[in-house]
Design a protein around this ligand. Structure first.
Ligand SMILES: [Zn+2]
Length: 235
């Protein structure tokens, strides 16, 4: 379906990325990464692909030292090609796209998941704003903090202490996201525009929930923070 030479492969290359510099091309099949070989994906009786071996590989990759070069072996047509990736310091995260889901994005301290609906419907700038918010959650250690503080999610967490803590974390992630966007060369105003223009659609599915600001309040918080940044505040 994707046209890879093999079960796993490269669908796209981020321009100016370490992957592009190494010579990897879209369409290449993945044979090996570092000292790991990429497992074959086998089908199960219900017709679904078994992804557990790939998940184990992701975890092994995540444990690699972030600043050490590592080889990648690719299949390109009949040839096996070996390249070396030179990692570059960045916000370390694993990204997953959730297929067939609406407006959803979350982060668990390691993986950032973004719904295909968001990627299909929003501009790159607004998508970057959502990703920056999730990266901010990871940088600020919010998944660990929620666990330590026994913050409750779902219906149990929409009022009271859990709601207050969640809201404080959301505000902190929104504030930091503006700096991440600016540092990465994106326009941080896209975060404001996101909530002003798409806030209704983004939060439409949310129940009455005191742990999350409504979209207007969120746009206002971001706008105020942006003004503070422009004024040279060191907050
Ligand atoms: Zn959040």
């Amino acid at each position: 379906m994707f046209g890879f030479d093999g079960d796993s492969g490269i669908e796209a290359i981020v321009p100016s990325s370490p992957a592009e510099a190494s010579g990897i091309r879209a369409g290449d099949g993945l044979v090996g990464i570092g000292s790991f070989s990429v497992p074959a994906v086998s089908g199960s009786p219900d017709g679904k692909a078994r992804l557990e071996p790939l998940t184990a590989l992701y975890e092994a990759l995540f444990a690699l030292p972030p600043d050490q070069p590592f080889p990648i072996v690719l299949r390109r047509g009949d040839e096996e090609v070996r390249v070396v990736i030179q990692p570059r310091p960045a916000c370390r995260a694993r990204f997953e796209v959730l297929l067939g889901r609406g407006y959803i994005a979350d982060a668990n301290g390691e993986t950032i998941r973004v719904g295909a609906g968001i990627m299909a419907r929003l501009s790159d700038g607004k998508l970057a704003a959502i990703v920056a918010h999730e990266i901010a959650h990871n940088i600020l250690g919010h998944a660990r903090l929620s666990e330590e503080q026994h913050v409750r999610g779902g219906l149990a967490g929409i009022f009271g202490r859990s709601a207050r803590l969640t809201r404080a974390m959301e505000d902190a992630a929104d504030r930091l996201s503006l700096r991440l966007l600016a540092n990465a060369g994106y326009d941080p105003h896209d975060a404001v525009a996101l909530w002003q223009e798409d806030g209704g659609a983004l939060t439409g599915w949310m129940p009455i929930n005191t742990s999350y600001r409504n979209w207007r309040s969120r746009a206002n918080l971001l706008e105020a923070e942006l003004a503070a940044m422009r004024a040279g505040s060191k907050r």
